[in-house]
Design a protein around this ligand. Structure first.
Ligand SMILES: [Zn+2]
Length: 192
């Protein structure tokens, strides 16, 4: 039996947050709703970006290269769109800088574009504090839930690590299988 409901789902995780990356042409602008960004190593594997899940990771077994990616939620007032933002480590530096200066990245309004305007062009990102008198920000979504659904990883296999330094410093979300501390290991290998 199929039940068609006139009601919206009450569970907020049923409402997807589409993933957005900085486009090749034009720009992406929005205000960050997360309090801090979280990142992990990812692989481009099977035609999509997947998180590195340590010793259970097929991409690692095949010696596929990995890159650090950073995730946070952001809201575009003109489009009324709340989305998941994915940035490379280099592009996220400005966000971390803002976070260090303000103690949070929530309320950071950014504008990002690529130069040259190609899919892999370098990302340039400008930040400023959102005019809070003029704009309201939606509640901070549960990033762990969003990533769990995006990557189809059970919640209990995702561990949010505490920042090595107080808020404002880089924090890591390690996708943890078998208590293997991948983040530490890869950091020590000084990957770029
Ligand atoms: Zn891996």
């Amino acid at each position: 039996m199929l039940y068609l409901s006139p009601d919206q789902p009450t569970d907020p995780i049923e409402r997807p947050y589409p993933i957005q990356r900085v486009p090749a042409t034009g720009s992406l602008a929005a205000a960050i709703t997360s309090k801090q960004p979280f990142g992990c190593f990812t692989h481009f594997w099977g035609g999509r970006t997947i998180p590195c899940t340590a010793e259970a990771c097929d991409a690692c077994k095949a010696a596929a290269p990995s890159r650090w990616h950073c995730y946070m939620t952001a809201y575009s007032h003109p489009n009324q769109l709340h989305f998941l933002l994915e940035l490379t480590a280099a592009a996220a530096e400005k966000i971390y800088q803002f976070t260090r200066e303000h103690g949070t990245c929530r309320g950071c309004h950014f504008k990002a574009n690529r130069q040259p305007q190609t899919p892999n062009g370098r990302i340039y990102l400008q930040t400023q504090m959102l005019d809070m008198d003029k704009y309201r920000l939606p509640e901070e979504p549960d990033l762990k839930l969003i990533l769990s659904r995006l990557w189809n990883i059970p919640l209990d296999e995702i561990e949010i690590k505490q920042p090595a330094e107080p808020i404002g410093a880089i924090a890591f979300a390690t996708l943890n299988r078998g208590n293997h501390d991948l983040t530490q290991q890869k950091t020590n290998e000084s990957r770029q």
